[in-house]
Design a protein around this ligand. Structure first.
Ligand code: ADP
Ligand code: TZD
Length: 593
């Protein structure tokens, strides 16, 4: 195929920040810009998250002109987080578009986070001239981006010729969606965009990816092995992870749980897969069921740090590295996941939809319910813990604390079960997870596998854009700071986002002191009495300073009624909160303090 590179149309001669001259290709020609756009459109991509600059400014304009939604951010990291969670929420890869070197690096944290969390995402970055980069001659924003990205994502590709754009985009989509989903990097050098090729031949190079996330049917003997183990259990337990939520097998998962009568625990982002108030939820008896269960069925959840690696005292082991006596069944699409931490007695490898329906078929109609001794013991502990929590939640101290503020949020979410809940912080995360019930699948999105701060406003934007639902964000004041500038983005697109900053004046809390008595405050402490609400007002949104639960409730109700961008600065007791929330023990400590 003949490639016609149009002179003066490369866009790389402009000074940084300067205009790019784009000469429209002749009628029967198509350029790299439009091949990229057509390739995305052909594959059902309708939204791109990013931040313009050389060499992709015109691409952002043309995307918009061609009818895609181009959501522009203030920092690429937030655009990246938005893309990643859009991928999780839609099952299509979320696209993040950045400039070269620094823009690319800003997007990279989100790409790595997407890969770690199994979210399908494609980071598309413009890059500088290969010849100059490879000779390290100091090009504008020079960096060997492909090499850097490769170690941090599932796959990385570069396209050098316009006629390969279709293949490049198709490979990126397949890599992001198939098997265990994850992040993919697509490197598009500046020169590529201006290349033109004959239009008709060019369009024939585009690929509409057929079956990008093929079903993976589990082997019959693996299913039988799992069912045999489960059938013999006296104290069975099902653990649902965010893989189960991502798989969209909601009805079958519910049927599996209800038909077997087995108690279940949802991981953070699996909350709502069944309503948290479901009679079989063992969430309020977690510390009882993990060590006591004899057979544990994991569905789309890894035995990583969030589950204490499946061993130690949490699981009934004697010492912190000892295994408990339970047996594990693990349903996962990755054949390498089993045995990563402890022995998996019955791995079931396949996509969760296919695996759960195979399990259901084997269960039939006469599955024996778990012994009442087990389910009653769980119910008793659960009811006791819920009653204890209810007492705490009923208190209304001044100033507010995490519990009293989150009791309001709990009511608001209960009345608005379709709302998306974004959550980050330490205490703000842990308390929200345990206090605020979720009622529908894929409504709760949070810091995920890394416990990363900074997902907040990016997740809010994406959740609002791709679901159209009201978004409620519960943010620690430290957590909010990582992406706070995106309140402008929220206002600019007029998104129905209500951000609640649980403000206790610092990281974890606001009471640390500088032991030297010097003028600097302690490393964990912020400006006292900061007014985050005024940040939202600066861009035309609604800002409310709430010092009581009544004020918080009224402000949240009004935000949801009006669907206007709102930030509520919820002033809470600065002594509230513990170091690192529930994971204090992960802080290294020496004997000598
Ligand atoms: P959580 O943090 O909620 O415990 P993890 O992110 O640790 O969940 O685990 C998610 C698991 O789900 C991963 O091991 C991933 O391979 C798996 N997974 C993701 N999507 C699917 C799917 N469609 N079918 C099967 N397994 C999946
Ligand atoms: N940086 C990044 C990217 N991720 C992190 N998880 C941290 C730093 C460390 N960190 C936590 O793990 S939680 C947290 C930090 C800085 C903030 C906790 O303070 P907060 O929440 O105000 O957000 P609480 O409710 O006051 O605990």
């Amino acid at each position: 195929m003949e490639t016609v590179t149009k002179p003066a149309a490369t866009g790389t001669s402009a000074a940084p920040g300067g205009p790019i001259a784009v000469i429209a290709p002749a009628q029967d020609q198509i350029d790299g810009f439009h091949l990229v756009i057509d390739a995305l459109k052909l594959n059902g991509i309708d939204t791109v998250f990013g931040l313009p600059g050389i060499p992709i400014t015109d691409l952002t304009r043309m995307l918009q002109a061609e009818g895609l939604r181009m959501i522009s951010f203030r920092h690429e990291q937030n655009a990246g987080y938005a893309a990643s969670i859009a991928g999780y929420l839609t099952g299509k890869p979320g696209i993040c578009l950045t400039v070269s070197a620094p823009g690319f690096l800003n997007g990279l944290t989100a790409l790595a986070n997407a890969t770690t969390n199994c979210f399908p995402m494609i980071l598309i970055s413009g890059s500088s001239e290969r010849e100059v980069v490879d000779l390290q001659q100091g090009d504008y924003e020079e960096m060997d981006q492909l090499a850097i990205a490769r170690t941090l994502c599932k796959a990385a590709f570069r396209v050098l010729h316009a006629e390969d754009i279709g293949v490049g985009v198709a490979r990126a989509i397949r890599a992001a969606l198939s098997g265990r989903p994850g992040g993919v990097y697509l490197d598009l050098p500046a020169k590529l965009f201006a290349q033109s090729i004959p239009a008709e031949a060019g369009r024939r190079t585009l690929i509409e990816v057929v079956d990008p996330a093929p079903r993976q049917i589990p082997a019959a003997d693996a299913v039988k092995r799992a069912l045999d183990l489960l059938r013999g259990a006296k104290k069975p337990l099902i653990l649902l992870g965010k893989g189960a939520a991502y798989a969209r097998a909601d009805a079958d998962i519910r049927e599996l749980i209800e038909k077997t009568g087995i108690p279940y625990l949802p991981m953070s982002m699996a909350k709502g897969l069944l309503p948290d108030i479901h009679a079989q939820s063992a969430a309020a008896a977690r510390s009882y069921v993990l060590p006591e269960a004899d057979v544990v069925l994991l569905i789309g959840a890894r035995l990583n740090w969030l589950l204490s690696h499946g061993k130690g005292k949490t699981w009934g082991g004697k010492g912190h590295k000892d295994w408990g006596s339970q047996k594990f069944i693990q349903v996962d699409i990755s054949p390498q996941e089993a045995d990563s931490n402890v022995k998996i007695d019955a791995p079931v490898v396949g996509d969760i939809g296919s695996c759960v329906s195979a399990l259901l078929a084997g269960i039939g109609a006469n599955w024996p319910k778990p012994p009442a001794e087990w389910t009653n013991a769980i119910a008793e502990r659960r009811d006791r813990n819920i009653a204890k929590m209810a007492q705490t939640l009923a208190l209304d101290p001044a100033p507010m604390n995490f519990h009293s503020a989150l009791n309001v949020v709990r009511d608001i979410v209960k009345s608005n079960p379709a709302a998306m809940l974004v959550n980050e912080g330490a205490n703000a995360l842990d308390f929200t997870r345990s206090i605020v019930d979720m009622y529908q699948p894929r409504k709760r999105i949070d810091v995920g596998t890394w416990g990363v701060m900074g997902i907040g406003m990016g997740f809010c934007v994406a959740a609002a854009v791709v679901t159209g639902e009201q978004v409620i964000a519960i943010e620690g004041d430290s957590a909010f700071g990582f992406s706070g500038m995106e309140v402008e983005t929220i206002c600019r697109y007029n998104l129905p986002v209500c951000v609640v900053v649980l403000n206790n004046n610092g990281v974890y809390r606001g009471t640390d002191v500088n032991p030297t008595g010097g003028p600097d405050v302690a490393p964990t402490v912020f400006v006292k009495g900061a007014r985050y609400d005024m940040l939202m007002q600066a861009f035309g949104g609604v800002g409310v300073n709430a010092t009581t639960t009544a004020e918080l409730r009224a402000a949240m109700e009004e935000a949801i009624r009006s669907r206007r961008p709102t930030l509520i600065n919820a002033v809470i007791d600065e002594t509230a909160g513990t170091e690192s929330g529930r994971i204090t023990s992960l802080n290294p400590s020496t004997k000598k303090k």
